[in-house]
Design a protein around this ligand. Structure first.
Ligand SMILES: Cc1ncc(COP(=O)(O)O)c(C=O)c1O
Length: 464
């Protein structure tokens, strides 16, 4: 059992509308300078604790969303505050270094220590950046470097190649492609956006690479009642990948999320992912597993792909969110032969690395992944109960660990559920067009599940 979070609030406490008057006053100020339309409410950072956010109006709000899956230890975990106050982060506080130029010695201890302890099996090299999109961009660049090296048979680029590169007219190179899946989300930067397929509004008006997309075999739940359907859509998706690989030698990589996050909590089976690994291995293509949202424990494993029993590891695993840093792990032979090809100014952020070191220590000490597994079982069982009590409102309860979701009957009902929960002091988020997703901290426990489900019931009674 994980120890209870010290001094966590006893439960939800709502004393104003959410967002309340102080949040709305702040939004008015904020909106004069930044786009504040997406803000749910303004948080009182220092008073928030454990699984509870406190907002500026004094409401205590149970957090199921975790700043879009980014809060591993809940709010203000004592280990992080003690590390901060005890001076453990002093070396990272005085300036922000360019980590590729003059990194502090402590950085080396972090990457060879905590960051190597959690490395996916077989992936001993690490690139750090700042965000998920940057991680994906650089992972894709790494795959292209590998593909071009293979095409040139190891020879260096010609003078003509280099000249045409400066005109954005590289022969062959501009035709290289990455396969991604319908509903995928891999980030919003210009390169990653060509692999993102979740919503048109994310992509509208931005030039894109002409890369192929194949259906994602979104399994229907419960799995044991839908085996034939699920097997059929997985076979169709694999056939689509096979056809592309057979017809286009310029495909360099396949990128996929273990569970589609933004796209609506869509799951596929381990067997499907094993087949993708086999197909990409056979053709020496780069298999990129995007664990930006699934990584760092939320699925009941440190990396979601650990549950696939792969014949060999992915080539690249990207991360960000709960890892605090963006980056990717990769097989050593994929590293570009020349320096400077995968590079930027910061190459990560030492203070985030220092926090991550503490986070990983607490995860190990308190067996937080075990906690996620146990709480996740309660959560999915309770979500199934909810959908059987309100079959006209909810369906498709599903999850791995506490990375869980339930569907509402249509997009309008989903939005009404999320709004209704917020009014009752529960911070929730949607995914896809009708799912409500759970991305709580790793310190989420059964009592929080029961408190959340009670609020779901309340909302469902009004919508049934
Ligand atoms: C699977 C996945 N990849 C990439 C990203 C992009 O990460 P970021 O928003 O940090 O750029 C996200 C963000 O939600 C994601 O869920």
């Amino acid at each position: 059992m994980a120890p209870p979070f010290p001094n966590e609030p006893a439960g939800i406490h709502v004393q104003t509308a959410i967002p309340g008057p102080k949040s709305e006053a702040l939004r008015a100020r904020h909106a004069r300078v930044q786009d504040a339309r997406t803000v749910h409410f303004y948080q009182d950072a220092t008073r928030s604790r454990g699984n509870y956010m406190v907002d500026v109006d004094g409401n205590t709000i149970l957090d199921l969303y975790g700043h879009i899956a980014c809060v591993p230890l809940g709010y203000n975990h004592p280990a992080l505050l003690e590390a901060w106050r005890g001076g453990r982060f002093d070396w990272a506080a005085g300036y922000r270094p360019a980590l590729g130029i003059a990194p502090p010695a402590e950085w080396v201890s972090i990457v060879e220590g905590a960051l190597s302890r959690v490395a996916p099996r077989g992936l001993s090299q690490l690139v750090t950046v700042t965000t998920g999109a940057e991680a994906v961009e650089n992972a894709i660049k790494t795959a292209f470097v590998r593909h071009a090296r293979k095409r040139r048979g190891g020879a260096p680029p010609s003078a003509e190649d280099l000249a045409l590169t400066m005109l954005n007219r590289q022969p062959h190179t501009n035709d290289m492609k990455v396969i991604s899946f319908e509903g995928a989300f891999h980030g919003r930067s210009l390169g990653a956006l060509s692999a993102t397929r979740s919503k048109a509004i994310h992509k509208l008006d931005f030039p894109a690479f002409d890369w192929p997309v194949v259906p994602f075999p979104a399994n229907r739940f419960p799995l044991d009642e839908n085996t034939a359907y699920n097997a059929e859509i997985e076979a169709r998706s694999l056939d689509a990948v096979r056809a592309l690989l057979a017809s286009d030698p310029q495909i360099a990589a396949v990128i996929i999320e273990p569970i589609q996050g933004e796209g609506g909590d869509r799951h596929a089976s381990p067997a499907f992912f094993r087949s993708l690994r086999t197909l990409t291995t056979e053709r020496e293509l780069t298999f990129i597993v995007d664990e930006v949202q699934t990584g760092a424990g939320g699925t009941g494993r440190f990396w979601a792909h650990e549950g696939w029993d792969l014949p060999e590891p992915p080539d690249i695993v990207t991360f960000s969110k709960k890892m605090q840093l963006g980056g990717y792990y990769l097989r050593p032979e994929l590293f570009p032969a020349e320096p400077w090809r995968i590079f930027n100014t910061f190459l990560g952020d030492p203070i985030r690395g220092a926090q991550l070191e503490v986070i990983i220590e607490v995860m190990e000490r308190d067996d937080l992944i075990g906690n996620v597994g146990r709480t996740g079982e309660t959560l999915v069982t309770e979500l199934r109960g909810l959908q059987s009590r309100f079959p006209g409102v909810f369906s498709q309860a599903r999850g791995a660990g506490t990375y869980a979701a339930i569907d509402a009957r249509d997009p309008a009902t989903r939005d009404a559920v999320v709004r209704g929960l917020q009014t009752l002091g529960v911070e929730a988020g949607g995914s896809g067009d009708r799912s409500i997703r759970f991305r709580p901290a790793l310190v989420f426990e059964d009592r929080h599940v029961h408190e959340a489900i009670e609020r779901f019931e309340h909302v469902a009674r009004r919508l049934a």
